[in-house]
Design a binder for this molecule. Structure first.
Ligand SMILES: Cc1ncc(C[n+]2csc(CCOP(=O)(O)OP(=O)(O)O)c2C)c(N)n1
Ligand code: SF4
Ligand SMILES: [Mg+2]
Length: 290
């Protein structure tokens, strides 16, 4: 899809955080086309199922290619695309349910493989599209349609999960920080390997966290979000873990692995080392003949 689908009539609710994420992605792609002469169509957006994944249909301006697949399977689809076309940017747009719940089991293997993709995860702490059920990032004891006695599972810490899985580039930001988010997304796309930009993107209908993220000095409410201090070294893994474990929302770049060799480069080097001969289709078929 390099043209918008005029028949797709989905709309986000007023104030939904995903609007800010959309603007940041549009800005990052246009900026890359002007500053790096990289056409917008050099990027393939892989969308999950959710209000968040619908971003692929709502993108305005120059259109990247896009695929809206099945719930929780952005990473397998991205793996397929990168296997065939390692030269393309793959930009995943997913939700906390899509990426961390049903899709969670794909994070570890692709992080270890160091698949060269960037995932923008819109975390609203809820399943928005299906009307407000609990997700892994829903608060403990929150009452939702699927947790009528209050959520009994502890809230997952996505930042800690990514770091322990081996994600080599990790940024955390807010949907309201459009300019900084655009820079982080573009930086993540330049990282050679698995990169995640985790965005707190409030759901105004089922889990409005704007006030909690911002805090309220008059009422003595500390903001959940805080800027990552200037002296933080993003190459210091343990310092990144410490930020991820604050229980709050650090804003900025937590971690960047400097020795990152992406999956397709590992494969190319291995083929060279082993001296793999590229066979033609005829040769492969002849080799299979009984
Ligand atoms: C295999 C499968 N299971 C369940 C669903 C129903 N479903 C669609 S979206 C969704 C959750 C969306 O939550 P999230 O990824 O957080 O996105 P949001 O809508 O909050 O942006 C679910 C459970 C589905 N479409 N496919
Ligand atoms: S239900 Fe929530 S996440 Fe979905 S569009 Fe509305 S505000 Fe956004
Ligand atoms: Mg969600």
């Amino acid at each position: 899809m390099s043209k918008r689908n005029p028949d797709y009539d989905f709309k986000w609710c007023p104030g939904c955080g995903d609007f800010g994420v959309k603007r940041a992605i549009e800005s990052a792609l246009v900026q890359r086309s002007t500053e790096k002469q990289e056409s917008v169509e050099h990027t393939v957006m892989v969308a999950g199922i959710g209000c968040s994944g619908n971003l692929v249909h709502l993108q305005e301006g120059p259109q990247p290619f896009g695929i809206h697949g099945i719930h929780g399977r952005t990473l397998p689809i991205a793996y397929g695309i990168k296997s065939g076309r390692p030269d393309l940017n793959v930009l995943i747009v997913s939700g906390d349910g899509d990426f961390l719940s049903i899709g969670g089991e794909h994070i570890g293997p692709q992080a270890k493989r160091n698949l060269d993709v960037t995932a923008v995860v819109m975390d609203n702490g809820v399943y928005g599209l299906t009307k407000g059920q609990a997700s892994p990032t829903t608060e403990f004891e929150a009452v939702t349609p699927t947790t009528p006695y209050g959520k009994l599972d502890d809230r997952m810490s996505p930042l800690e999960t990514y770091l322990s899985a081996g994600v080599g580039y990790l940024a955390s930001t807010l949907s309201t920080q459009v300019k900084q988010m655009a820079e982080l997304i573009s930086d993540a796309m330049d990282h050679p390997g698995f990169a995640v930009v985790h965005v707190q993107s409030p759901c105004t209908t089922y889990n409005d966290t704007y006030a909690a993220l911002k805090g309220n000095a008059k009422e003595g409410i500390e903001p959940l979000a805080f800027p990552i201090p200037d002296d933080h070294d993003p190459e210091d893994f343990m310092a990144a873990v410490t930020l991820a474990r604050t229980g709050r929302v650090p804003v900025g770049l937590l971690y960047r692995r400097s020795d990152s060799v992406p999956a397709h480069e590992r494969l190319r080097a291995a083929r060279e080392r082993v001296g793999v001969k590229q066979l033609s289709v005829d040769e492969i078929l002849t080799g299979m003949a009984i």
